[in-house]
Design a protein around this ligand. Structure first.
Ligand SMILES: Cc1cc2nc3c(=O)[nH]c(=O)nc-3n(C[C@H](O)[C@H](O)[C@H](O)COP(=O)(O)OP(=O)(O)OC[C@H]3O[C@@H](n4cnc5c(N)ncnc54)[C@H](O)[C@@H]3O)c2cc1C
Length: 372
């Protein structure tokens, strides 16, 4: 068993770290320029095969990319993670040759931005109860419904959207479709005002009598729920990597701050703070092993639901714990709205919620343990 990254993966980490530090801007506007630069480097489709415009890297390398990006700008990390793992992989795994020819290279090269539209007002954790409908019409389907909290909902060029062909069938009626930007009847909402990750737009996506040709149905009728669930394992590893990057950023900032403060604090206070920091750094290393292990299990082709869920909830809870503890450790200045720790604290909330809340991750893990 090797607990040390290979020379190849260490070199990739250095490359991604350099890119994130030197090229990524941390302003408060939509990170269009960051996405363009990432596309130029081939980072918008890193784990996709080269024949489809991707970087041909393994999932572990992609995980390290999201970690390093999120350490500098969590919103940029979130947009690229969603675009790759649930915005592009549905098409790669389940698309026909014709669908791939039309969209896949564009997505993998970052010329097109992908989104994943599953959540509705009454269907978040319980995605199987979604109510958007897809009625057969001629050689296609008419979609009606409203999706909520969709990452890049107002920016995406291609959405993987889920609707039911027959609600009485429950999850067996759910079907996936590829929906192009600009399709008549498609109305994205305005970005939600969130507490964090504000450079990543999260919007409503409304569909009114929207026609999708049968050639844009992804998979068979009724296979949408299993498509959605199968994608979430990879998606959750990406979110876990965001948690890692955020927790690392919190610890980096606090370490530098406490070093500067050292000469002013008394001996006992200093030791208490140093021990708190040691605890967080230890948890972070444990979290990193969980995330990389989940990525390695995925790379091996084995089922990784339990590993992905463990990694997702442990790291994203840790990012929130680290931000909360470090604001305490750094004292009043750290609670100011312009302090980076406040920003990390706010950014850490959404990763605990999306791609399955951390309660749902515990449900996944406990079901596996109990054999349910
Ligand atoms: C920033 C952001 C970006 C997002 N991006 C996307 C996106 O791109 N695409 C997309 O489709 N969705 C997206 N979402 C939606 C996200 O996936 C949902 O918010 C999430 O699945 C939870 O659903 P909900 O908000 O309806 O909460 P609910 O499901 O209503 O849950 C409310 C509370 O009840 C708990 N709960 C629910 N069921 C159970 C249970 N069985 N056992 C224990 N506890 C339970 C939950 O853990 C939570 O604490 C995004 C959300 C956010 C915040």
């Amino acid at each position: 068993m090797n607990f040390v990254l290979s020379g190849y993966h260490q070199a990739k980490r250095e490359e991604f770290r350099r890119f994130a530090r030197q090229e990524i801007d941390t302003g408060d506007h939509y990170p269009e320029a960051n996405l363009k630069k990432a596309a130029q480097k081939g980072y918008m489709g890193l784990p996709l095969p080269p024949e489809w415009g991707g970087g041909g890297e393994d999932f572990l390398t992609y995980t390290i990319l999201i970690e390093e990006l999120s350490r500098v700008c969590a919103s940029t990390g979130a947009i690229i993670a969603v675009h790759t793992s649930v915005g592009t992989f549905p098409l790669y795994y389940f698309g026909t040759e014709d669908q791939k020819k039309r969209y896949l290279s564009g997505l993998a090269r970052g010329e097109l931005l992908g989104a994943f539209a599953l959540t509705e007002a009454e269907a978040g954790s319980d995605a199987a109860s979604l109510s958007a409908t897809a009625s057969r019409s001629g050689d296609g389907y008419i979609l009606n419904g409203c999706k909520l909290f969709i990452t890049s909902g107002d920016r995406a060029d291609l959405y993987t959207v889920f609707a039911t062909v027959d609600r009485s069938l429950g999850y067996k009626g759910i079907t996936a479709f590829l929906m192009e930007k600009g399709t008549p009847g498609l109305t994205p909402g305005k970005p939600e005002k969130k507490m964090g990750l504000n450079r990543s737009n999260t919007t409503e996506v409304r569909m009114e009598d929207l026609y999708i040709p049968a050639s844009n149905r992804l998979g068979e009728e009724g296979s949408g729920f299993s498509i959605a669930m199968s994608l979430l394992d990879g998606g959750r590893i990406g979110i876990a990597a965001q948690g890692l990057g955020l927790a690392q950023a919190v610890i980096d900032y606090t370490t530098a701050f406490l070093k500067e403060q050292e000469e002013y604090s008394g001996r006992e206070t200093g030791q208490y703070k140093a021990f708190e920091l040691a605890d967080l750094a230890t948890k972070l290393e444990a979290a990193r092993l969980l995330v990389y292990r989940a990525a390695l299990v995925k790379d091996s082709g084995q089922k990784c639901s339990k590993e992905a869920s463990m990694a997702k909830y442990y790291t994203t809870d840790l990012a929130m714990e680290a931000a909360t503890r470090c604001i305490d450790l750094c004292g009043f200045p750290a609670a100011g709205t312009s302090n980076p720790l406040t920003g990390y604290f706010c950014d850490a909330k959404a990763p605990q919620i999306y791609e399955g809340t951390n309660q749902i991750q515990r449900l996944v893990v406990s079901r596996e343990l109990l054999g349910k």
